[in-house]
Write a protein of this length. Structure first.
Length: 403
């Protein structure tokens, strides 16, 4: 069985792109689930289409499926096809693939996205992006899938192909620790909650300020707020009530939806903030839309001062590996200085975590991708021309369908 909760960042056609993808091919059936983004998907898709491939989605995950099926023509097993396909793929991909007789997991050589192995009490093996998913099904954590590794489970047990490991430096997306992963998860051997508390402690060192209370923006800002409070000695308190039926506003597709989502999602607890000098901890500022509304809510609740601290550096560059960080012109930190951002969002002071400290969230630099913070891209970037041609073709076909 293969399940999936990823939303694709390579296309807005999300209904058509629902995963897992099920492919019927000449040697059987295959189901595939993918986390991450390819950087050469547009080029590969064009090559496949020129050879007669017909795509039913606009997601890069279907490109992966077609490449695996194509390689299956030249090898004796599905796992060999996966290994050969990995030589043609560039970018971020953690994969879980099911055939009639095998369950296969694979992680790109850079290890951009996490993937782990668990074992149930009946001896069956499971794979998941986060260890909290193993806990939910009563599976014991075995280990993480290594970058570049292919793991196969069948009637003969579990086996691994590590021939693709160690070929390039590891580049785990550090945003997994800052925002993506649940705090009760372990990612590549380190606690997400502890990493966020460490980020808060670093913030207290870098950007101290006199205040009465430290609060966090639920949920990913809470652990960092605890870390800041513990390091600074300023009391921590719960400053917001969260509507648990509203999803993450960060990934809402339009600005209006993001603003409306914040209004419904969060409500300040007035006695905690009224008349107080408040330190507000959040995980990031991307466009500035969400935090500006949150700060307005605190002002309306009577906060005397608001000092915002962010447990990530400034976003200055787009992400091509699966984080929804779009073009540079839409990133507030790419267009404005920190004092200007503080004025725009309405805070008394603003401080971001340094790039040096974000690389130390697990106690050491284990090999993080920090490209969106200006740390440099670990792979070649997408072919802009191929991407533009693909988007133009999709727009044209959508318009023709409507007409």
């Amino acid at each position: 069985m293969v399940g999936h909760v990823r939303y694709a960042t390579t296309s807005s056609d999300r209904k058509r792109n629902v995963q897992p993808l099920v492919i019927n091919h000449h040697k059987g059936r295959m189901a595939l689930a993918h986390n991450g983004n390819l950087t050469n998907s547009f080029t590969l898709r064009s090559q496949l289409e020129e050879k007669g491939s017909i795509f039913h989605t606009t997601t890069d995950s279907e490109v992966i499926a077609y490449i695996i099926v194509q390689e299956r023509l030249h090898c004796g097993s599905i796992e060999q096809a996966v290994r050969m396909a990995m030589d043609r793929l560039s970018g971020a991909y953690s994969l879980v693939i099911s055939s009639p007789t095998k369950l296969i997991a694979a992680r790109d050589p850079h290890g951009f996205r996490p993937l782990c192995i668990g074992q149930c009490t009946d001896g069956s093996m499971v794979f998941a992006s986060e260890t909290c998913a193993l806990d939910a099904v009563g599976a014991a954590f075995v280990r993480d899938v290594e970058p570049g590794e292919v793991v196969v489970v069948d009637d003969n047990g579990i086996r691994s192909d590590r021939s693709g490991c160690g070929q390039v430096p590891k580049s785990l997306c550090v945003f997994e620790y800052i925002y993506f992963a649940r705090p009760d998860s372990m990612v590549d051997g380190y606690s997400v909650s502890m990493a966020r508390q460490k980020a808060g402690a670093y913030l207290a060192q870098e950007h101290p300020v006199d205040a009465d209370v430290v609060i966090g923006v639920p949920d990913s800002g809470l652990d960092a707020a605890i870390g800041y409070a513990n390091a600074s000695g300023i009391p921590y308190a719960i400053g917001f009530t969260k509507n648990k039926y509203i999803g993450r506003t960060f990934i809402a597709p339009t600005q209006g939806q993001r603003e409306n989502g914040v209004n419904i999602k969060l409500n300040p607890i007035r006695p905690v903030v009224a008349g107080k000098r408040v330190i507000l901890i959040d995980d990031s500022i991307v466009r500035g839309t969400t935090c500006r509304r949150i700060i307005a809510l605190l002002r309306q609740a009577g906060a005397k001062e608001i000092h915002m601290r962010v447990s990530a550096p400034c976003f200055v560059a787009p992400c091509y590996y699966g984080t929804d960080i779009d073009s540079a012109e839409n990133l507030i930190a790419n267009q404005h200085s920190v004092p200007e951002i503080a004025e725009i969002i309405g805070v008394d002071s603003l401080g971001f975590l340094s790039l040096a400290h974000v690389r130390q969230l697990t106690g050491r630099d284990v090999g993080f991708c920090t490209a969106c913070f200006g740390g440099g891209y670990p792979t070649d970037l997408p072919d802009v021309g191929a991407k533009d041609r693909f988007e133009e073709k999709i727009h044209k076909s959508t318009t023709e369908d409507i007409s």
